[in-house]
Design a protein around this ligand. Structure first.
Ligand code: PLP
Length: 402
C-alpha cells in the first residue's frame, strides 16, 4: 500500500523479523482503542467492524470489563486445576444456565473447545457401544479450527493438505440436505455425533435452515447420535440471541463457545447436557490455563452485559439498521446481504481477478476495518455495543467503497 508511514512500517519490519509469517496481515499496527474506534501507530483512527474476529464483544477497553479483570488480578492471577476457584464457578453457573445445559469445561480457545467436544462425544459412544462408533459428521463449508483434529473436522478440502496424517473419523455432508444425512445414517453404524456451525462464519455467513436443523435434531435423538453445535463465532449474543441454537428451538447435546466470551482475553468452553455430564471423569481431560480466574472474571462481566434482554434487542436493532442502510446504497457490487444480529455477510459481485480482500484494503485506507469470508464475502462482526455514530461513520466509508 502506498501511504504506509514510517512508524507503522518500522514496527511491521521489526515484527516480521521475529514472528512467523502465518498471516496475510494488513499493513497497520493497532496500538490503542476505545469502544469501536481504534488507532494505529501513526495516530490514524479506524471504525472497527471486526472486534478482533468477534472477540471484543464490548469493544476496546470497556471500563466495567477492565474493572472486573483488575479486581481479580489484585487477588490472584492463576491457580492450577488441582484447586478450586470461585471466578470460574461463577462464570460456569451463568453460562450453563443461559445455555440451559448441565456442565461446562473451560479451555483457552475455540479449537481447544472443539477438541474437547470431539473427545466427549467419542467417549460417550465408547462407554455405551464400544469401539468402532467414533465418526463425527460435519458440514461442507464448515470451519472448526486449526489443530489437527479440528482441521480434519473442517469441511473444506483446502484445509486437508500438507500436515498428513490427519486424525481419522470425520465425514462431510451438505448443509440443508437432509436426505444425505439419512443415507449416511442408514448405511453406517459408526457415527457418534453430528457437528454443526449454526451459521457458517468463515466460509461466508452461510445460514442453515430451521427445518433442516430440527430434522437433524430429531434423527440424532432417534439414533442416540449426539448433536454438537459449534457456537464459537455465533454464541454469546453475536446473533441477537445468547446462543444461535435458540433460533432453531432445539437443544444440542454439546455446545462450544470461545471468541466473544472473554471480551478479548483467551477462553474457550464446551457445554453438555445431563446425558454427558459424567462422561469425562477425573483424569480424562484437562488444560493448564483452563478456567483462569482473571479471564473468567472478565467473561462474567461480558456475559452479564450481553445477556440482558435490552442489550439483545439493541444487537438486533443495530443489525437491522446496518442492513437497511446498506440496501439503500443501491450498489451494483452487492449480490446478497446475509445477517443475524451483528453477524453480517455482504456477498460481492467481484470482477475478474478481484478478491474481497481488495475491498477490505480500500475500507482500511479510508478508516474502516472489515473482515472477509469465503471467496466473495465482506464480513462484519462489530463490537456488540457499537454506537450508532460509529455505525454511521463506518457505513459512510463502505458506501464510498461500494
Ligand atoms: C474461530 C472459530 C474456531 C476456532 O477458534 P480458535 O479460537 O481460533 O481456535 C472454531 N469454530 C468456529 C465456528 C470459529 O469461528
Amino acid at each position: 500500500m502506498a501511504d504506509i508511514t514510517k512508524k507503522n512500517q518500522e514496527l511491521i519490519n521489526f515484527h516480521d523479523e521475529y514472528i512467523m509469517g502465518t498471516y496475510g496481515r494488513y499493513p497497520i499496527v493497532l496500538v490503542e482503542g476505545k469502544g469501536s474506534t481504534l488507532k494505529d501507530a501513526d495516530g490514524k483512527k479506524y471504525i472497527d467492524f471486526t472486534s478482533g474476529i468477534g472477540v471484543n464483544s464490548l469493544g476496546a477497553c470497556n471500563d466495567n470489563w477492565i474493572a472486573a479483570i483488575t479486581a481479580q488480578l489484585n487477588k490472584i492471577q492463576h491457580i492450577s486445576n488441582y484447586y478450586y476457584n470461585d471466578a470460574s464457578a461463577k462464570l460456569a453457573e451463568k453460562l450453563v444456565k443461559l445455555a440451559n445445559m448441565k456442565k461446562v469445561f473451560f479451555g483457552n480457545s475455540g479449537a481447544e473447545a472443539n477438541e474437547g467436544a470431539i473427545k466427549l462425544a467419542r467417549k460417550y459412544s465408547f462407554d455405551k457401544y464400544g469401539e468402532g462408533r467414533g465418526v463425527i459428521l460435519t458440514l461442507k463449508d464448515s470451519f472448526h479450527g486449526r489443530t489437527m483434529a479440528t482441521l480434519a473436522a473442517t469441511g473444506q478440502s483446502i484445509f486437508h493438505n500438507y500436515f498428513f496424517p490427519f486424525p481419522q473419523g470425520f465425514r462431510f455432508i451438505e448443509r440443508n440436505n437432509i436426505e444425505e444425512l439419512k443415507i449416511e445414517i442408514a448405511n453406517n453404524s459408526d457415527i457418534c455425533a453430528v457437528m454443526i456451525e449454526p451459521i457458517q462464519g468463515e466460509s461466508g455467513i452461510n445460514l442453515i435452515c430451521k427445518e433442516y436443523i430440527q430434522e437433524v435434531y430429531k434423527i440424532c435423538n432417534e439414533n442416540d447420535i449426539l448433536l454438537i453445535f459449534d457456537e464459537i463465532q455465533t454464541g454469546i449474543s453475536r446473533t441477537g440471541k445468547v446462543f444461535a441454537h435458540e433460533y432453531f428451538e432445539i437443544e444440542p447435546d454439546i455446545a462450544t463457545v470461545a471468541k466473544g466470551l472473554g471480551g478479548g482475553l483467551p477462553i474457550g468452553a464446551f457445554l453438555c447436557n445431563e446425558k454427558l455430564e459424567k462422561t469425562l471423569d477425573a483424569g480424562k481431560h484437562g488444560s493448564t490455563f483452563g478456567g483462569n480466574p482473571v479471564v473468567c472474571a472478565g467473561a462474567l462481566e461480558v456475559l452479564n452485559t450481553v445477556s440482558q434482554p435490552e442489550f439483545l434487542s439493541e444487537v438486533n436493532e443495530k443489525g437491522g439498521y446496518i442492513v437497511d442502510k446498506i440496501k439503500n446504497f443501491n450498489s451494483s457490487s452487492i449480490i446478497e446481504i446475509r445477517q443475524k444480529g451483528l453477524m453480517i455477510g455482504l456477498q460481492l459481485k467481484l470482477k475478474n481477478g478481484e478478491a474481497p480482500k481488495d475491498y477490505a484494503k480500500k475500507c482500511l485506507e479510508n478508516g474502516l476495518l472489515v473482515l472477509t469470508a469465503g471467496e466473495d464475502v465482506l464480513r462484519f462482526l462489530p463490537p456488540l455495543n457499537i454506537s450508532y455514530d460509529e455505525i454511521d461513520a463506518g457505513l459512510k466509508v463502505l458506501e464510498k467503497i461500494l
